[in-house]
Design a protein around this ligand. Structure first.
Ligand SMILES: Nc1ncnc2c1ncn2[C@@H]1O[C@H](COP(=O)(O)OP(=O)(O)OP(=O)(O)O)[C@@H](O)[C@H]1O
Ligand SMILES: [Mg+2]
Length: 315
């Protein structure tokens, strides 16, 4: 920490000798991670549904994103989820790997899991899809070839996850971070909280998890039991809809829920609009549209989608 920064207040929440259990976890605390050494929690970077993300600084000045889960007591499903999230180390530049883990027992008896990741400045894709007044660049300001490249990057990342035999379980505009350099459109696929090997059943199949806006119909119908690689593909199709069409939200509102669609159009008609967006060919758009077929077996797999999108990239 530089001399000019105000001192952080960890002594307030962790007794001086650090042998007692802390009351809570806060900015300023030094946390020891196996393999990574001590990381000092800096400011809260983001407060999510089940966790708070802190920026962290390691011994040698390296930046980390520290995901601190809400403390819980004996939550077996949560323990299993964290165990799996820790294992995510797919070797690909678009996939955020977990670098370390620790669990801290608080004075209340609750246990809080902390995970360390490389730090990425963002923005979230959601910020570009819904730019606020001050936000400089919304998605509509990107050229169509940049948007197509972004769609390709997303398909490539999910294709790796699926190839490794896993599903992500929560593909959404909030779980993709962008480095919006139009040259590369690099992304980070994050938040593997609900990821698992595709064959593995969660302990509690009834729990609703993830982001409702991106749930495939079978997840709405069968709850978490409906999750699969094919449900990830539905979510990717929805994401591409949002990226390529600024009026997609409105369109979804107009067509009503998937049950209305099923009744009027049947289970084999893709939900994505027929009109081919700029930057796509009719052939590739037809593959993308198929991601949003209600009959999940008719959706393309991630590799097919990735190949189709790749064919649009300029060489
Ligand atoms: N490695 C990272 N670098 C920078 N920011 C990150 C990183 N990981 C997560 N974030 C930020 O924190 C937010 C929440 O992280 P994450 O999605 O892992 O937790 P969550 O509790 O599931 O949140 P949510 O309920 O919002 O999905 C992300 O949407 C992102 O803005
Ligand atoms: Mg998230």
């Amino acid at each position: 920490m530089s001399q000019t920064e105000p001192p952080l207040d960890y002594s307030l929440d962790w007794s001086d000798d650090m042998s007692e259990k802390p009351i809570s976890i806060k900015s300023g605390m030094k946390i020891r991670f196996e393999n990574l050494g001590e990381i000092t929690l800096q400011e809260r970077w983001h407060a999510g549904g089940s966790a708070t993300i802190y920026r962290g600084i390691g011994d040698n000045g390296e930046e980390f994103a520290i995901k601190r889960y809400r403390p819980r007591i004996n939550d077996l499903q949560h323990q299993k989820d964290v165990e799996l999230e820790m294992q995510v180390s797919f070797d690909h530049p678009s996939i955020c790997r977990c670098l370390g883990h620790t669990a801290i027992e608080l004075s209340s008896g609750r246990e809080s899991h902390l995970l360390a990741f490389p730090f990425f400045e963002g923005p979230e894709l959601s910020e570009l899809l819904l730019p606020d007044e001050e936000n400089s660049r919304g998605m509509e300001e990107f050229y169509s070839n940049e948007k197509v490249l972004l769609c390709y990057r997303i398909s490539e990342a999910i294709s790796i996850v699926h190839q490794e035999g896993w599903l992500h379980g929560d593909i959404s505009d909030r779980n993709i971070l962008l480095n919006p350099d139009p040259e590369t459109m690099d992304i980070q696929l994050i938040d593997f909280e609900f990821a698992r090997p595709a064959e593995m059943q969660p302990l509690n199949g009834e729990i609703r998890r993830g982001t409702p806006e991106y749930w495939a119909p079978e997840m709405i119908e069968f709850k978490w039991k409906g999750s699969s690689k094919m449900a990830d593909i539905w979510a990717v199709g929805m994401l591409i809809g949002h990226i390529m069409d600024p009026h997609f939200k409105q369109y979804l509102g107009e067509i009503g829920g998937w049950r209305d669609w099923l009744e009027s159009r049947g289970s084999n008609e893709p939900v994505l609009p027929e009109k081919c967006p700029e930057g796509f060919t009719a052939e590739v758009w037809s593959v993308v549209r198929k991601c949003t077929i209600i009959s999940r077996n008719l959706r393309p797999d991630a590799k097919e989608l990735e190949r189709a999108l790749h064919s649009l990239l300029e060489v």
